[in-house]
Design a protein around this ligand. Sequence first.
Ligand SMILES: [Zn+2]
Ligand SMILES: [Zn+2]
Length: 74
Amino acid sequence: MAYAVTMPDDEGDTSDQIVLEGRTYRRVRFGGERHREDSPCPGCGTYYGDLHQPGCECEECPACGGVAGDCGCR
Ligand SMILES: [Zn+2]
Ligand SMILES: [Zn+2]
Protein backbone atom coordinates (compact mmCIF):
# COMPACT_ATOMS: atom_id res chain seq x y z
CA MET A 1 0.00 0.00 0.00
CA ALA A 2 1.46 3.34 -1.00
CA TYR A 3 0.52 6.69 0.38
CA ALA A 4 1.00 9.80 -1.69
CA VAL A 5 1.05 11.91 1.43
CA THR A 6 3.77 11.90 4.05
CA MET A 7 2.23 12.33 7.43
CA PRO A 8 4.20 14.46 9.83
CA ASP A 9 5.66 12.64 12.78
CA ASP A 10 4.15 14.44 15.68
CA GLU A 11 4.19 11.84 18.41
CA GLY A 12 3.81 13.61 21.69
CA ASP A 13 1.68 16.34 20.22
CA THR A 14 -1.73 15.98 21.82
CA SER A 15 -3.44 18.71 19.82
CA ASP A 16 -4.76 16.24 17.27
CA GLN A 17 -6.13 13.77 19.78
CA ILE A 18 -9.80 13.31 20.47
CA VAL A 19 -11.60 11.14 23.00
CA LEU A 20 -14.56 9.22 21.64
CA GLU A 21 -16.57 6.57 23.42
CA GLY A 22 -14.00 6.60 26.20
CA ARG A 23 -11.06 5.92 23.90
CA THR A 24 -8.40 8.31 22.69
CA TYR A 25 -8.05 8.61 18.94
CA ARG A 26 -5.91 10.73 16.71
CA ARG A 27 -7.92 13.01 14.49
CA VAL A 28 -7.84 12.10 10.83
CA ARG A 29 -5.70 14.54 8.92
CA PHE A 30 -6.74 15.67 5.47
CA GLY A 31 -5.51 13.08 2.99
CA GLY A 32 -5.83 10.24 5.48
CA GLU A 33 -9.53 9.64 5.01
CA ARG A 34 -10.91 6.50 3.50
CA HIS A 35 -12.58 8.66 0.86
CA ARG A 36 -10.00 11.25 0.05
CA GLU A 37 -10.94 14.58 -1.46
CA ASP A 38 -8.68 16.60 -3.71
CA SER A 39 -6.43 19.11 -1.97
CA PRO A 40 -7.21 21.68 -0.79
CA CYS A 41 -10.17 20.45 1.22
CA PRO A 42 -13.47 21.54 -0.36
CA GLY A 43 -14.92 21.93 3.10
CA CYS A 44 -12.36 24.03 4.92
CA GLY A 45 -9.51 24.72 2.49
CA THR A 46 -6.81 22.85 4.39
CA TYR A 47 -4.06 20.97 2.57
CA TYR A 48 -2.94 17.36 2.69
CA GLY A 49 -1.32 16.45 5.98
CA ASP A 50 -3.03 19.16 7.99
CA LEU A 51 -5.99 18.89 10.31
CA HIS A 52 -9.37 20.07 9.12
CA GLN A 53 -10.80 23.23 10.55
CA PRO A 54 -13.33 22.67 13.35
CA GLY A 55 -16.72 21.74 11.96
CA CYS A 56 -15.48 20.75 8.52
CA GLU A 57 -17.87 18.21 7.07
CA CYS A 58 -15.03 16.46 5.27
CA GLU A 59 -13.25 15.43 8.47
CA GLU A 60 -13.56 11.72 9.10
CA CYS A 61 -14.39 10.29 12.51
CA PRO A 62 -11.44 8.12 13.60
CA ALA A 63 -13.78 5.86 15.56
CA CYS A 64 -16.39 4.94 12.97
CA GLY A 65 -15.34 6.50 9.68
CA GLY A 66 -18.39 8.73 9.56
CA VAL A 67 -18.48 12.51 9.48
CA ALA A 68 -16.61 13.80 12.51
CA GLY A 69 -18.91 15.67 14.84
CA ASP A 70 -22.00 14.42 13.07
CA CYS A 71 -21.73 10.65 13.46
CA GLY A 72 -22.95 10.20 17.01
CA CYS A 73 -19.62 9.31 18.63
CA ARG A 74 -18.84 11.23 21.80
ZN1 LIG B 1 -11.79 20.06 5.68
ZN1 LIG C 1 -17.93 8.32 14.80
